[in-house]
Design a protein around this ligand. Structure first.
Ligand code: PMP
Length: 283
């Protein structure tokens, strides 16, 4: 069952208003939340980011934090997500429906939609790693907003796929930003390097967890921009996201990263992350 604009509807029964601004303009925001063994992971951080995205697009949300938490719990219950299940929760809020003009209509009511899907952890890939391709970052200049407007992300992911890689590493004028739907970290001489959380990247929740875990365990973290030359001589690379977790990148455009296997710092962070998941949701 899905939750659409205040109603519970069966799969396949949901309708979209033809002039819904999410549908017409990508005018809305969303979150993808991990559910491990029937428990939401980093829910508060997702809510905080959702409300920040809303503020940044001048969208006032009529829902309280409590009502969204109740909704998420009800969604899991109605879809029989138990303490045996790994899943994801997708929550999107469109600005709503109104006659189609670009500026923001004054009287408009946001439309919420949410569903859950069973989703296994990518356990094999976490051991093997992914291949990557370097692609120009063609997205807009507010990548910190988790907007429904994802055409840039769609195209850069497809460019990578067309080149035979599993994901894209994006660069803006030679400076590495992030990946198509994840954040990027380089490891050099035992320290982590990642783009600062400014307007050019999404402030990933997994990114922050990794930074905190690294710092708590004596691994230095440098949140500063680096270029393609630095990327190419990194000892290790990995990406982070809610669904891909800490995913090693083993090659870039066919050139091996390090020895072409997931590196030791990446593996150590994966182990710390595993423990962290366990401590935060499986207690
Ligand atoms: N960057 C982009 C562009 C993303 O789309 C995502 C995931 N939606 C991330 C980074 C990772 O964010 P998180 O760790 O919160 O899933």
């Amino acid at each position: 069952m899905l939750y659409v604009d205040g109603k519970w509807v069966e799969e396949g029964q949901a309708a979209v208003h033809p002039e819904d601004r999410g549908y017409n303009f990508g005018d809305g925001i969303y979150e993808v939340v991990r559910i491990y063994k029937g428990r939401m992971y980093q829910w508060d951080a997702h809510l905080t980011r959702l409300f920040r995205s809303a503020r940044e697009i001048k969208l006032e949300l009529p829902w309280s934090l409590e009502s969204l938490t109740d909704l998420a719990q009800e969604l899991m219950a109605k879809n029989n997500i138990t303490d045996q299940d790994d899943a994801t929760l997708y929550l999107q809020i469109s600005r709503g429906a109104a006659p189609r003009v670009h500026d923001i209509p004054s009287a408009i009511t946001p439309v919420i939609m949410a569903f859950v899907r069973p989703k296994a952890r990518p356990v094999d890939d976490l051991k093997k790693g992914w291949t990557a391709s370097l692609v120009e970052d063609i997205r807009w200049l507010r990548c910190d907003i988790k907007t429904l407007n994802l055409l840039g992300a769609v195209l850069v992911k497809q460019y990578a796929k067309d080149k035979g890689a599993q994901d894209s590493i994006l660069h803006r004028d030679g400076i590495i930003t992030e990946c198509s739907s994840s954040n990027l970290f380089a490891v050099k001489d035992g320290a982590l390097y990642t783009h600062p959380a400014d307007h050019l990247i999404l402030h990933g929740i997994t990114r922050q967890v990794v930074i905190d875990l690294a710092q708590a365990n004596g691994i230095a973290v440098h949140e500063k921009p680096f270029d393609i030359a630095f990327l190419k001589q990194a000892d290790e690379l990995f990406l982070t996201s809610t669904t891909a977790e800490i995913m090693p990148l083993i090659s870039v455009d066919g050139e091996a990263v390090g020895n072409g296997q997931p590196g030791s710092v990446t593996s150590r962070l994966q182990a710390l992350f595993e423990q962290h998941i366990h401590d935060s949701v499986l207690v």
